[in-house]
Design a protein around this ligand. Structure first.
Ligand code: AMP
Length: 458
């Protein structure tokens, strides 16, 4: 099937092909015609399956048509609003949309607005209006307070990583934004996961939506091979080094539970000769962008990150994702491992499981409906004894809980307690994309150590 068969104009179909998109992916084939008809869509498809273009192409077509109808419009009225949960994702989505818009008959003005950097250039960019804004909710509200834009002409609202934006962390900000949007509008919600908890909220916002759910055909080879390696928590860093070297991983994204762990694990690896660095919400926005760009440019072998990098970030040909600490939930697991195996490539997801995190991993396996065989690596066989099982619901959010970087198999030492206190004061693992953290100015929590500042990528 071709893109023009979906109802896209020749220029947009051409834009897709110049991006190297040969044929529409299943989510694109299913969603694009409905979006073009003006319908609300709830699109659920695997990570890396082309969701950005699934809403981006028809959205750009709508904007092109509006530009054609109102060629003299000044200032431009904001007709499209795309909300995303993290700054990095906003920049990425903005880049994809600008790439697709390049060379279209009518110029489309796309502005990206994110926190952590000065608002002035964004306010300047919004002068004279814009066709499309890609924003994180916190910065959008700041800009609205500054009267830098209005939302009363928005025709289409997109929530990318919709379940994240609809969950409690963003509830208040989202409600404030929704109140400023026209009541009658097109709503497009996209995500790889859509837990039941947010279903009711979505149902209240969507108007007779087309629900598009793309599930891989049963028996189709999984793009992401999942492995679970049993290892004592205290030996994970060594095992990581060993595997990266023995198996020739090249690049890998290593997920940990806290910003503190991201720093300490990256430091340990770097001191041991691995090109490793940390990525988390307490780095300055400049440092965050730099690490991501350097990872994409293959200048780091291992980037140790919090859940900040779990959603949406598209790193082409990232071969490996490691769960050094297990994620809190099966939903987070799906997003984390989805950083590899994108756009039909193969990927490897390795999870480290200790005696103490075994029960939690079983829960993740059950929820994702796929068992993952346990392995052991010679020389790293686990030997530590598990503590009595943690109370129900104690996940890695609790600094003293399994999988959160504490030393397993013994009572926490003074050092462990200090570490846990530091992790707690840094916001522990709430680093994925909580609005207050992602959109507020950096508060200097975990600045990189002097050594890390001096650390250089390859
Ligand atoms: P997304 O899920 O939107 O982040 O896209 C994941 C990756 O798939 C990106 O690298 C896109 O460039 C790529 N992609 C999107 N649509 C297509 C397509 N129709 N054909 C080939 N690659 C695509």
């Amino acid at each position: 099937m071709s893109f023009d068969a979906l109802g896209l104009s020749a220029s947009l179909a051409h834009a897709a092909s110049t991006r190297g998109f040969g044929e529409p992916t299943p989510i694109q084939a299913a969603a694009i015609p409905a979006v073009l008809q003006g319908r609300d869509v709830l699109g659920i498809a695997q990570t890396g399956s082309g969701k950005t273009a699934a809403f981006g192409l028809p959205l750009l077509q709508m904007l092109q048509d509006a530009r054609g109808r109102y060629p003299q419009e000044a200032p431009l009225r904001l007709r499209g609003l795309v909300l995303v949960p993290t700054r990095e994702l906003a920049v990425q989505v903005g880049d994809v949309l600008r790439g697709l818009a390049h060379g279209l008959p009518h110029r489309t003005k796309i502005v990206v607005a994110v926190g952590g950097v000065s608002a002035n250039p964004q306010m300047m960019a919004l002068r004279g209006g814009a066709d499309l804004l890609v924003a994180t909710p916190g910065r959008l509200l700041d800009l609205l307070e500054q009267k830098a834009l209005r939302l009363d002409a928005v025709v289409t609202l997109v929530l990318d990583e919709a379940d994240r934006l609809l969950d409690l962390g963003f509830a208040e900000e989202l409600q404030r934004i929704l109140a400023l949007l026209p009541a009658v509008r097109q709503n497009l919600f996209f995500s790889a996961t859509f837990p039941k908890e947010v279903d009711a909220l979505a149902a209240a916002l969507l108007r007779e939506p087309l629900r598009v759910e793309i599930v891989p055909a049963p028996g189709s080879a999984p793009a992401i091979v999942q492995r679970a390696i049993q290892v004592d928590a205290s030996r994970r860093t060594q095992l990581l080094r060993h595997l990266a070297k023995q198996e020739g991983w090249g690049r890998a994204l290593v997920f940990v539970a806290t910003k503190y762990a991201a720093e300490t694990v990256a430091d340990k690896l770097y001191k041991n000769g691995v090109f490793a660095t940390a990525f988390h919400g307490d780095l300055s926005q400049g440092a965050r962008s730099q690490v991501l760009a350097e990872l994409k440019a293959e200048r780091w072998d291992l980037v140790v990150t919090t859940d900040l990098a779990a959603r949406g970030i598209d790193i082409a040909q990232l071969p490996v994702v490691v769960n050094y600490d297990l994620p809190r939930s099966a939903v987070d697991y799906v997003h984390r491992i989805g950083r590899t195996g994108r756009a039909g490539e193969n990927g490897l997801a390795v999870s480290f499981v200790s005696a103490e995190t075994e029960a939690h991993f079983r829960l993740i396996e059950k929820r994702q409906g796929q068992p993952v065989p346990r392995e052991q690596v010679a020389g790293f066989e686990p030997g530590e004894v598990a503590l009595p099982s943690a109370p129900e619901g104690a996940g890695p959010r609790d600094p003293a809980a399994p999988g959160n970087g504490g030393v397993k198999g013994k009572r926490p030492s003074k050092k462990d307690k200090l570490r846990a206190a530091a992790a707690a004061s840094s916001g522990a693992d709430g680093d994925s994309d909580e609005p207050a953290k992602d959109d507020s100015a950096d508060d200097g929590g975990y600045a990189p150590s002097a050594e890390r500042s001096a650390r250089n990528a390859r």
